[in-house]
Design a protein around this ligand. Structure first.
Ligand SMILES: Cc1cc2nc3c(=O)[nH]c(=O)nc-3n(C[C@H](O)[C@H](O)[C@H](O)COP(=O)(O)OP(=O)(O)OC[C@H]3O[C@@H](n4cnc5c(N)ncnc54)[C@H](O)[C@@H]3O)c2cc1C
Length: 468
């Protein structure tokens, strides 16, 4: 079947890249069609990523706070996890968020086509519905926003029963007695932190020398120390070679540094070794769209090598983050509409990890800044010296600012501790405005707030932190 309407823009995929691009395009006066193969809108972020994980992590945060409530004068008789209620809360938030996306599509007059979308030649997109019926749409431009899916290790399949992906982890209705997490990026440590606080015995296995390996080294050290205090076992420089499934769980054979063989047993295993782009079967080869290891290649305005075809989000080789997918979507659409655009500065993307303690970071790590040849000055301030952190009974962690000597520009901010994922917004605004550490010092921060740690870390860059 062929639709007789021609759209200015067709977006394949309704995640935070696709749906945000659709709204911005509609605001700019384009007629827009969004194609989604899943029954609900919102993509990984809404259905199986950012939103459901943070809902369950909020339950873990409250549980932990309640356990320590007596220390600040709140005694609860029986503090326990009610997993069915936690799941109900998570599902309610996911439903509200996905319905919110559907509402926004209606409000902005974006048409939604349910089915699998594919490039079907210049100016044509095919959508195959669940019933197998194919519709061809005429379109002037296309944005590929198909996202990504969990990766596994060679020869070690995810079966969603014993060896789980982040998606099947979110469906667990009971807390496993023991959990091995393979991989310690944001997804791995968030689930490790969640299930450890829920009561599981958690072990993290990481092939690299440190956990959260993309973060500043001092952040990794602080998180590892905190996790160990919380009873999470960490095996860095350890490579899982085999998983054998048996009654009641799995046995993992791994090789650690020094060629030592280690055996681990756990009721459940989470495979958190990263994600791969969803780019198979969407007509890339036939249209000649250039790819690299499955990722769609784009220029600084999100254009592929094929005129009228753009790509954004997890399907392109930039950081896999929801807010970045959205920013790329807006950039692509504004470029398409002939608006003046600025390329994205990939050195200034905030990254948040919602484990306990939280991590919020942006910009260059100290090591990266040195690698790039900057004359680096570092200022650090601990939350133990911040009144508000002590009031909250969460006084561990620190703020670290990496600046350069010549112009004093802030190159990176790395926070581990209470509300780090909220505090990082100040650093993002400061870096966008090319702030110096002196300007952060001259910015008056309210008292008592956690943001004083950023102020004092900036003072530390200048060599005169006050409260330490
Ligand atoms: C467990 C977990 C936690 C995360 N937490 C965070 C977080 O806290 N913060 C953060 O910034 N990021 C987080 N992320 C990453 C974030 O979810 C992704 O970066 C983001 O969803 C990418 O957005 P996207 O629009 O590119 O793709 P997606 O969100 O993956 O959406 C792509 C959509 O396209 C659809 N699709 C694919 N192929 C087709 C096709 N051929 N036809 C029709 N539809 C198709 C898919 O069904 C999907 O709905 C998390 C990820 C995971 C897995």
């Amino acid at each position: 079947m062929s639709s007789n309407k021609t759209y200015d823009l067709c977006i394949i995929g309704s995640g935070p890249g696709g749906y945000v691009a659709a709204i911005r395009a509609a605001q700019l006066g384009m007629t827009v069609l969004i194609v989604e193969k899943e029954p609900r809108l919102g993509g990984v972020c809404t259905l199986w990523g950012c939103i459901p994980t943070k809902a369950l992590l909020h339950t873990a945060d409250l549980l932990e706070e309640a356990r320590h409530g007596a220390e600040v004068g709140v005694s609860a008789r029986e503090v326990r996890l009610d997993m069915p209620a936690a799941m109900k809360h998570k599902e309610k938030i996911v439903r509200q968020s996905s319905n919110g996306v559907a509402y926004l599509m209606k409000k902005n007059r974006v048409d939604v086509a349910a089915g699998f979308g594919r490039l079907a030649g210049p100016g044509r997109v095919s959508v195959t519905g669940a019933d197998g019926a194919e519709t061809i749409y005429q379109v002037k431009n296309v944005i590929l926003a198909t996202g990504s899916t969990p990766r596994s290790l060679p020869g070690m399949d995810i079966d969603d029963r014993t060896v789980l992906s982040s998606t099947s982890m979110l469906e667990l209705t009971e807390v496993p007695k023991s959990l091995v997490v393979i991989g310690s990026g944001a997804v791995g440590v968030e689930f490790a932190s969640m299930h450890s606080r829920f009561g599981a015995k958690v072990t993290i296995i990481e092939v690299l020398p440190r956990i959260v390996p993309v973060e500043d080294e001092e952040i990794s050290r602080e998180l590892a120390a905190s996790f160990k205090r919380q009873g999470i076992a960490i095996y860095p420089e350890t490579r899982v070679e085999r998983i054998t499934r048996g009654e009641g769980g799995a046995e993992l054979l791994a090789r650690s540094a020094g060629d030592k063989t280690e055996t681990f047993r756990a009721e459940k295993v989470l495979m958190a070794v990263g994600r791969k782009p969803l780019s198979d079967g969407i007509g890339l080869e036939a249209m000649g769209v250039a790819t690299d290891k499955g990722y769609v290649k784009v220029d600084a305005t999100m254009r592929t090598n094929v005129p009228g075809v753009y790509a954004i989000g997890d399907v392109i080789p930039t950081q896999a983050l929801a807010h970045l997918a959205s920013a790329e979507g807006v950039l692509a659409v504004e470029h398409m509409a002939g608006k003046p655009t600025q390329p994205i500065n990939y050195d200034q993307i905030p990254g948040c990890t919602y484990c306990s303690p939280e991590i919020g970071s942006i910009g260059l790590t100290e090591a990266k800044a040195r690698e790039r040849g900057y004359d680096v000055v570092v200022g650090k301030f601990p939350f133990s010296a911040v009144g508000k952190a002590r009031i909250l009974n969460q006084a561990s962690g620190f703020v670290k600012i990496v600046a350069e000597k010549k112009y004093d520009e802030v190159l990176g901010v790395h926070i581990i501790g209470p509300a780090a994922t909220e505090l990082i917004a100040e650093a993002a605004a400061a870096m966008k405005l090319e702030a110096t550490s002196e300007e952060l010092v001259k910015t008056i921060h309210a008292h008592p707030t956690l943001s004083e740690a950023i102020h004092e870390a900036a003072e530390a860059v200048q060599g005169h932190a006050i409260h330490i």
